[in-house]
Design a protein around this ligand. Structure first.
Ligand SMILES: Nc1ncnc2c1ncn2[C@@H]1O[C@H](COP(=O)(O)OP(=O)(O)OP(=O)(O)O)[C@@H](O)[C@H]1O
Ligand SMILES: [Mg+2]
Length: 262
C-alpha cells in the first residue's frame, strides 16, 4: 500500500545539518499494525510525518497505492492528507471549546460537510470507541484515555486506509493504554493499516511488525509471532537496511533483532 525507497530527510539549523532519516526503505501493507520503535532522536516522528505527507523527503521515493506522493499537485496532496490518512497525536490535539462528537466531526467540516450532517457518523464512531455516553462532554470533562479515544474516533471519520499514531498511549496509564492499543489492533482487522510510534515495548504485542530505528536508519524489522500458547515472540524479518533474516542473524543486526521482547 505504501512503499518507501531510500528516503532521506535532513534538517538544517544554522550551520548544523541533522540527518534525521538516512536511506529508509520499507513497505507498509494493507491491514497491518506496524510499530516504529527506537531511541529518542532516532527519526520516528520524522518518518511518521513523511508517511502522512505532513513533510516531504529530501531524496528517495514514497509511493502510496503506486503513486509517487511528491508528484501530486498541492490539491491532490491535501486530498491525500484529508482522505487517506488519519492522525492520532500524543497530546490528543482536541479543540477545548467543542464537545466530543464535534471534535470527531472536524475532518468532515474541513471537507465541507455541515456539522448536522456529520453528526450521525461521529456518534457511531464514539460508540465504537466506547464513549457514546460522553458525546456532549468537552475535553476538560474527559479523562486522558477518553480524550485519546475521541482522537482515535476523529482519525477514523474519513475512513482512511492509513492511520498514523505518534505515541498514542504516551500519556495514559497502562490499562487505558491497553484499551487504545486493542482498539487500533481491531481497526487493522477491518483492513486499515496502522503505523504507531511507541516507546512502550509492551505495546509491541498488539502489533504485526516492529521497525527498529537507529540514527535515522532501519536497525532491523521484526515480525510479531503468536504461538499456540498465546506466547508472543519477535521473529527477525530483515536486518540493517533490508538485508535478509539470514544476513541479519549473521551480522551486526542480530543484537537489534533480539532487542524486542514482545
Ligand atoms: N524541525 C526540526 N528542526 C531541526 N531538527 C529536527 C527537527 N525535527 C527533528 N529534528 C532532529 O531530527 C532528529 C530526529 O527527530 P525525531 O523527532 O524524528 O525523533 P524521534 O525518534 O521522534 O524522537 P522522540 O522519541 O524523542 O520523539 C533529531 O536529532 C532531532 O533533533
Ligand atoms: Mg518523536
Amino acid at each position: 500500500m505504501l512503499e518507501l525507497t531510500d528516503v532521506t530527510k535532513e534538517y538544517r539549523v544554522g550551520e548544523q545539518t541533522v540527518r534525521a532519516l538516512d536511506g529508509i526503505s520499507l513497505r507498509i501493507e494493507a491491514g497491518e499494525f506496524t510499530a516504529i520503535v527506537g531511541p529518542s532522536g532516532s527519526g520516528k516522528s520524522t518518518l511518521l510525518h513523511l508517511l502522512g505527507a505532513l513533510d516531504s523527503p529530501d531524496s528517495g521515493s514514497i509511493r502510496f497505492q503506486d503513486k509517487e506522493i511528491g508528484d501530486l499537485d498541492d490539491d491532490r496532496q491535501s486530498e491525500f492528507r484529508r482522505h487517506r490518512v488519519g492522525f492520532v497525536f500524543q497530546f490528543f490535539n482536541l479543540l477545548p471549546t467543542l464537545t466530543a462528537w464535534e471534535n470527531v466531526a472536524i475532518p468532515k467540516l474541513l471537507d465541507g460537510t455541515g456539522l448536522r450532517k456529520a453528526k450521525p457518523r461521529a456518534l457511531e464512531l464514539l460508540d465504537l470507541v466506547g464513549l457514546s455516553e460522553r458525546a456532549d462532554h468537552r475535553p476538560a470533562e474527559l479523562s486522558g484515555g477518553q480524550m485519546q479515544r475521541v482522537a482515535v474516533a476523529r482519525a477514523l471519520i474519513m475512513d482512511p486506509p492509513l492511520i498514523l499514531a505518534d505515541e498514542p498511549t504516551g500519556n495514559l496509564d497502562s490499562k487505558t493504554g491497553a484499551s487504545i492499543l486493542q482498539l487500533l489492533a481491531d481497526i487493522t482487522e477491518e483492513g486499515n493499516s496502522v503505523v504507531m510510534v511507541t516507546h512502550d515495548m509492551g505495546a509491541v504485542r498488539y502489533c504485526d511488525r516492529v521497525i527498529n530505528l537507529r540514527d535515522g536508519q532501519i536497525g532491523s524489522i521484526d515480525r510479531v509471532a503468536r504461538g499456540d500458547d498465546g506466547e508472543v515472540r519477535a521473529v527477525p524479518e530483515s536486518g540493517r537496511n533490508g538485508s535478509t533474516p539470514d544476513d541479519a542473524a549473521a551480522g551486526s543486526a542480530a543484537d537489534d533483532a533480539g532487542a524486542v521482547h514482545a
